[in-house]
Design a protein. Structure first.
Length: 394
């Protein structure tokens, strides 16, 4: 199973866990198909909702929030399985049942009316109006947008990809754009080596925001080790390779470099991991590689536990750390945890849910934790744990 397919399967499994009324749909799908096929399963869910009198606003609101996240693999799954089979806007209205879901409606229009990109009632945008500014909203710091801007500036042959991207999405979606760049590199070998070396240098930069952007938009879309080898062939990009291992939960022999972070001493991945918690240890250690400020918390954890590392004890320590350090990469860490809770393996979802979300004790803490960041899966799981929900959750 490819990496992208795994992410989509995990996302579908998570939907069934959160929304228990989808369990019969899931069971019927498995009986008919023999396995979970993500696109076909989302089509089954869509048909179920069309024929059901149940109010599914919670599910639809969650899918709408997920679409607003910049996760290419999930957006393409929802487009192909959930929305493409709906031919008429009247049927879309029947599906949505009055729910406020602007992202779902916008993506449906994009699929079925690709020549018109709505920006308002009766309006459309010309590509040239967006291409000049790279689609960066005015006043937004946009470190990820600047990264994409510099990439196109340094490699002008990527500009047609950007212009096509802006015609399609009406704004710059950095992760989606990086995914499209990676697809283009397969057909331009000389450009591939240069771009990979350029991106590899940014993996080693001091910015967790850029690391997470590259992880979600570029590295997570490389399906397996064979495709990784094909992508990196002839290009010296060791940091991309290491990041791939962290994102896909596989041990690597060396850490990601960081200008201000010495090589780890207390935690090493070139020694045997605990068999029962290997995936959780790799994931937790990867967080420290992505967010170097967590290093002090990790070392304190190791001192407390006499040199041992326990993922289910380390993640709960992140909640008070984030609340004490509201400006220290909180948004980046929360966004990455939300991504893993939405589309990670079952073991990683359990770890994030039981060892992170469950330790957010109050709604006031949740609001502080999620302030200014879209994290719909963390919010949904917290509500499922601490509130009764008529639609059924974990």
């Amino acid at each position: 199973m490819t990496g992208a397919r795994k992410v989509q399967v995990h996302f579908c499994e998570n939907l069934v866990e959160f929304f228990s009324f989808l369990q019969p749909v899931h069971e019927s799908h498995i009986r008919m198909r023999g396995e979970l096929l993500p696109t076909e399963f989302l089509a089954d869910v869509q048909r179920y909702l069309m024929g059901s009198e149940r109010s599914c606003q919670r599910l639809l609101s969650y899918l709408d929030a997920v679409l607003r996240l910049d996760v290419p693999v999930i957006r393409r799954l929802l487009a192909g399985g959930f929305l493409r089979p709906i031919d008429r806007e009247h049927d879309l209205d029947r599906l949505l049942k009055g729910a406020s879901t602007p992202a779902i409606r916008s993506l449906w229009r994009l699929i079925h009316r690709p020549r018109t990109i709505p920006t308002g009632v009766g309006e459309s945008v010309r590509p040239s109006e967006q291409a000049g500014s790279l689609g960066v909203p005015e006043g937004e710091p946009g470190e990820e947008h600047r990264f994409c801007s510099e990439l196109v500036r340094d490699f002008p042959r990527l500009r047609p990809i950007l212009e096509r991207h802006l015609r399609r999405w009406k704004e710059l979606l950095p992760s989606e754009f990086l995914c499209e760049v990676r697809e283009r590199l397969h057909v331009d070998d000389s450009l591939r080596r240069e771009v990979l070396r350029w991106i590899d240098r940014h993996v080693a930069s001091e910015s967790p925001r850029l690391r997470i952007l590259i992880a979600i938009g570029f590295v997570s879309t490389i399906d397996d080790q064979a495709q990784l080898a094909q992508t990196l062939e002839g290009a010296r990009a060791p940091n991309i390779r290491r990041l791939w291992h962290f994102v896909h939960g596989e041990p690597t022999m060396s850490p990601l470099p960081h200008p201000t972070m010495p090589p780890p001493i207390t935690v090493r991945l070139d020694v045997p991991l605990s068999p029962e918690f290997a995936a959780e240890e790799v994931f937790s250690y990867g967080l420290v590689q992505l967010i170097p400020e967590l290093r002090d918390s990790l070392e304190e954890h190791m001192r407390f536990w006499w040199g041992e590392f326990f993922p289910y004890a380390f993640l709960p320590e992140l909640v008070p750390w984030l609340l004490r350090n509201p400006t220290s990469y909180r948004k980046e860490l929360v966004r990455y945890l939300d991504y893993q809770l939405m589309a990670g393996t079952r073991r990683i979802r359990s770890l994030v849910g039981l060892a992170f979300v469950m330790y957010v004790d109050t709604e006031e803490q949740l609001a502080r934790l999620l302030e200014g960041v879209d994290a719909p899966t963390i919010r949904l799981q917290w509500e499922c744990i601490y509130r009764s929900t008529p639609e059924g959750c974990l």
